[in-house]
Design a protein around this ligand. Structure first.
Ligand code: 5GP
Length: 207
């Protein structure tokens, strides 16, 4: 049975929800392609250019916007982030699934450009827990944490645009739910059903 078309999964969630860990784990397990975004923010310690992000100047970023190289791009916490279009399209054409870990503005742009994309919203169990996680990371000042929390609420207001939601109160449970979504989507009847029907008709005719 031919299952050639790759699926595009977009995972969004307020910062501190555990998106990064979930995406990393899923990629390790199933070897799907993770798209490497371009950003104008500085690399953090341990981050590798071309693996975590393509770290570029604002000028380079704007040049890429002008050339139409992004599938989507957005300003997140005062830095620019964008998904290079070519890489995503190539992987999908090769029949590979692609996972994007991007913010809400970007996710909605992807849905507009590629309505077949599957949008998953990852939620924290509560704002209280999100605050606890952000404080626990110890990387953000009080003001930045307040900003992230209020941004989280504005993002959650857009959940109606998404296809699925997963509450990350337990990483193993959240992972199992994301895996199930991916499996269910693999089994979805595609728009083009002819190849499936054809295969059985050919077999029936003894070809
Ligand atoms: P960080 O700077 O912590 O790696 O990422 C900050 C936020 O930017 C996260 O919510 C992440 O999902 C989002 N992000 C990362 N890459 C992209 C991208 O290519 N496009 C958009 N729209 N958001 C992104």
């Amino acid at each position: 049975m031919s299952r050639k078309e790759g699926k595009l999964f977009v995972i969004t969630g307020p910062s501190g929800t555990g998106k990064g860990s979930i995406c990393k784990e899923i990629l390790k397990e199933i070897g799907n392609e993770f798209s490497v975004s371009m950003t104008t923010r500085e690399a953090r310690e341990g981050e590798v250019h071309g693996k975590d992000y393509f770290f570029v100047t604002e000028e380079e970023f704007r040049d890429n916007i002008e050339k139409g190289n992004f599938l989507e791009h957005a300003s997140v916490f005062e830095h620019l982030y964008g998904t290079p279009r070519d890489m995503v399209i190539k992987q999908l054409e090769r029949g590979r699934n692609v996972i994007l870990d991007i913010d809400v503005q970007g996710a909605l742009q992807v849905k507009k450009a590629m309505p077949e994309a599957i949008l998953i919203f990852l939620l924290p169990p509560s704002l209280h827990e999100l605050r606890r996680r952000l404080e626990g990371r110890g990387t953000d000042s009080h003001d930045v944490i307040e900003l992230r929390l209020s941004r989280a609420v504005s993002e959650i207001k857009l959940i109606g645009e998404y296809d699925y939601y997963v509450v990350n109160d337990d990483i193993d449970k959240a992972l199992a739910e994301v895996r199930s979504i991916m499996t269910a989507e693999k089994c979805r009847v595609p728009n083009k059903v002819n190849p499936i029907i054809k295969q059985y008709e050919q077999e029936e005719r003894g070809e």
